[in-house]
Design a protein around this ligand. Structure first.
Ligand code: NAP
Length: 486
């Protein structure tokens, strides 16, 4: 399969070097190819989006929402294509791919309805015969740059609010998952998105991504990815009139209190740590267990981890698919090796789990201390650190002692403890008796500290990001007033 850019309503091959889109379960299998886009090709895409903006912004918001509603129907018709592609291109298991599909479909349903909710406010004026209110205006061309770990849901939760709010889009997906991006754009086009309103650019982050960010016609950048890239983009955007939202890495922790239902906690931690092979920004990467229950928790955890099957996601009995690349696998194994060198103990796993795919055993590390890199850096693989704690205050301090602040969870039956945890943890999302992962279309999603910059995504906040407030003063007094406040 050869994949192309989509610019101004035309599918067109880029002119750069050929890139192979590989199946991470079997990297010898090239499932598609595409060519890297040049800065000039990116510029063409931005020009098309810029040209299409005025007419799209003038289209009534409910009509824009109706196109998204049609798009959602098409996605559902093509559900099996998307699920199959997520398994082949990204390595998700069938359950995970179905889960991501459902989340994506919910997001589109939600944002389609936002067409009816793009309201401002009427606010009373200080002076008589003066009607004052606000409207939400679109921004212009939005650049959307996405990672490979949620190749379906993340592009949808960025592009749909941008579009319903009246912006046009240039979309640069991750180079590991270009085919899913092409399928999404095909369905947007089939739903009736006019030429130039959505443009797709395939190609490397360093060339195509940067060209997009540097383009002076861009009015918003919505980025999800690593901190190193996010920080570079923030520096490139500094001092420019561009709205920015960046969702980046995480080092999420679950806390298991003495009153917790241990079976529930173990189940949640397993799901949070090893689902999607740990390649989630919200993955549970550390579990702090109260010293009095840590022995019981550890035995139960290791017993359950032993039952997890690693392998090709098309096998229905597999629980953990491959990592995305050899580099990601080597990096995850290296974290384990370094931790062991520094005194950690491997309670389970720690090795590559066969080949040729990028498979890794689910790994439980014990005797971990916070100063070890594995305990404070993002691994993005199936590696869980087990740490004891004495008091809840100490656990909260340890949860917070990382540069990230995305998600945290507590397992407890004690309401006071749950409330203290909710107040004390410095994160964007807190779960009680639930894994660190997950979100819902209508709820804001994102983190603090190194995990996020700018407003939240998803929910109504996600839509508002793609708008500006315009304040309107309508004076019907027929009097000459030097401004409304004189
Ligand atoms: P990444 O390497 O930062 O890449 C993300 C996107 O940025 C890709 O499309 C990439 O293109 C592009 N890019 C790379 N360098 C660029 C540059 N110089 N200028 C412009 N664009 C550039 O991240 P990833 O490995 O795909 O994704 C994993 C990371 O995403 C993890 O850190 C994870 O925690 C984070 N994440 C965060 C959230 C959240 O909501 N907080 C959700 C999911 C993932 P190429 O693919 O061509 O390199």
């Amino acid at each position: 399969m050869r994949l192309n850019n989509y610019i101004d309503g035309v599918w067109i091959e880029a002119t750069g070097t050929v890139v192979h889109d590989l199946n991470p379960s079997n990297p010898e299998e090239v499932i598609a190819t595409f060519r890297n886009s040049s800065a000039e090709e990116v510029s063409n895409a931005v020009a098309a989006a810029h040209q299409a903006y005025a007419s799209w912004a003038a289209t009534p918001a409910p009509a824009r929402g109706r196109i998204l509603a049609r798009f959602q129907k098409l996605l559902i018709e093509h559900q099996q294509d998307y699920v199959t592609l997520m398994m082949a291109e990204q390595g998700k298991t069938w359950d995970e791919a179905q889960g991501e599909f459902q989340k994506g479909a919910n997001l589109v349903e939600y944002f389609a309805g936002e067409g009816f909710r793009l309201n401002g406010e009427t606010i009373p004026s200080e002076v008589p015969d003066n009607f004052t209110y606000t409207v939400r205006s679109p921004l212009g061309v939005a650049g959307v740059i996405t990672p490979w770990n949620f190749p379906f849901a993340i592009p949808l939760w960025k592009m749909c609010p941008a579009l319903v709010a009246g912006n046009t889009v240039v979309f640069k997906p991750a180079s590991f998952t270009p085919w899913i991006a092409v399928r999404i754009v095909e369905d947007l086009v089939a739903a009736g998105v006019p030429h130039g309103v959505v443009n797709l650019i395939l190609g490397s982050g360093s060339v195509a991504g940067e060209a997009l960010v540097k383009d002076e016609r861009i009015r918003a950048i919505s980025f999800t990815g690593s901190n190193s890239v996010g920080n570079r983009l923030a520096a490139l955007l500094a001092g420019r009139p561009v709205k920015v939202t960046m969702e980046m890495g995480g080092k999420n922790a679950a806390v298991v209190a003495p009153s917790a239902d241990l079976a529930l906690a173990v189940g949640g931690v397993l799901k949070g740590a090893f689902g999607a092979a740990g390649q989630r920004c919200t993955a549970t990467s550390r579990v702090f267990v109260q010293a009095g229950v840590i022995d019981a928790f550890r035995s139960l955890l290791v017993e359950r981890v032993r039952e997890l099957a690693v392998g090709v996601p098309t096998n229905p009995s597999v629980n953990i698919g491959p990592l995305i690349s050899e580099e990601q696998l080597t990096r995850s194994l290296q974290y384990v090796e370094d931790a062991v060198h520094l005194g950690a103990t491997v309670r389970f796993g720690g090795q590559r789990a066969g080949g040729p795919g990028y498979f890794m055993e689910p790994t439980v590390l014990d005797d971990v201390v916070l100063s070890m890199p594995v305990a404070h850096e993002e691994v993005f693989g199936p590696v869980l650190c087990l740490l004891p704690y004495e008091s809840l205050d100490h656990a909260i301090a340890d949860v917070n002692a990382v540069p990230y602040g995305l998600s945290a969870a507590i397992y407890t039956r004690d309401l006071v403890e749950a409330q203290r945890f909710i107040q004390g943890v410095d994160v964007g999302m807190v779960h009680v008796n639930n894994p660190t992962i997950g979100g819902e279309a209508q709820l804001p999603f994102g983190g603090v500290k190194g995990s996020g910059l700018g407003p939240r995504e998803m929910g109504h906040e996600g839509t508002l990001f793609f708008t500006e407030t315009k304040t309107v003063f309508v004076d019907y007094s027929s009097a000459t007033r030097l401004g409304n406040f004189y």
